[in-house]
Design a protein around this ligand. Structure first.
Ligand SMILES: [Zn+2]
Ligand SMILES: [Zn+2]
Length: 274
């Protein structure tokens, strides 16, 4: 499997980092996990496009993780040469969110149907599957299992474990360490975790910003989860605050103090093979 960090940013706007999104290539099967800001631009940078996706997995319905799901849906629609379904998996209420996106696209869709009646006569076909912890299903060549995470008060939130040809990858989404996260990570070849720097966030004397500390894993906590679960490779993303040029090794050292395996972090489009 190949893992490409499409967007390593967070809700905080950053000219160089897209919002949370990760592309997983499992053989010929391409799976997008979350669809944050600039996801379609970064998909293009990774040599992919929405029409090449076998499925989209959403970890939770915070806006930073799906703000450009609209672009994935629209670009998939306008580039499909035949009526092609787009499969989206996410926690309960994902259907409600997709319905809202499609409602916002109603004028656009009507213009396209009027303009290309001989080549585009279908509405976007979005097949939503709402998932709950414990569910397993298949996307193309990959086996997916759904785990429970703790990102309270955001509920429900889920993690995904993707298995392909004997390798396993966990995408933990947002949240703090918990037993169910340990369980789904157990023995995984790689684990992607969204992280914050508690030491840096604490310096900002803004109550709403400080509130994020209680529902995200710190760099150290992500490393501790990886160690407890016996994970081989730790992949960090969703950096709050953004990693500044030259700071990568400082972030890596914080994780390395709690985890002896390989640690991957970097700019958008950082890729690693499992
Ligand atoms: Zn987030
Ligand atoms: Zn979140």
């Amino acid at each position: 499997m190949e893992v490409i960090l499409l967007g390593t940013g967070s809700p905080m706007p950053d000219a160089k980092r897209g919002g949370p999104a990760t592309l997983v290539k499992a053989g010929a099967t391409q799976i997008l996990v979350d669809a944050g800001r600039a996801v379609v631009m970064r998909l293009t940078g990774a040599g992919s496009l929405p029409i090449f996706l076998s499925g989209v997995l959403i970890t939770h319905l915070h806006s930073d993780h799906l703000t450009d799901l609209n672009d994935v849906i629209t670009t998939h629609y306008v580039m499909s040469q035949a009526e092609t379904p787009l499969h989206i998996y996410g926690p309960p209420r994902t259907q409600e969110v997709v319905n809202g996106i499609l409602a916002s696209l109603a004028p656009d869709i009507s213009y396209r149907l009027a303009h290309h009646p001989d080549t585009l006569w279908w509405q976007p076909k979005i097949i939503v599957t709402e998932v709950t912890p414990g569910m397993t299903f298949t996307i193309g060549e990959a086996q997916i299992s759904v785990g429970e995470t703790n990102h309270a008060p955001v509920e429900p939130t889920v993690s995904y474990r993707i298995e392909h040809e004997g390798k396993s990858l966990v995408l933990g989404g947002d949240g703090i360490p918990c037993e169910t996260l340990d369980a789904i990570c157990k023995g995984a070849d790689a684990y992607v975790q969204t992280v914050i720097r508690e030491d840096l966030v604490s310096l900002v004397k803004n109550k709403r910003f400080l509130d994020i500390l209680d529902y995200h894993s710190t760099v150290e906590q992500a490393a501790q989860t990886a160690t407890r679960a016996g994970v081989k490779k730790l992949i960090l993303t969703h950096y709050v605050p953004s990693i500044q040029p030259g700071q990568e090794e400082e972030w890596r050292a914080l994780a390395a103090a709690h985890f002896a395996g390989e640690i991957v972090l970097g700019d958008d489009l950082t890729a690693t093979t499992i």
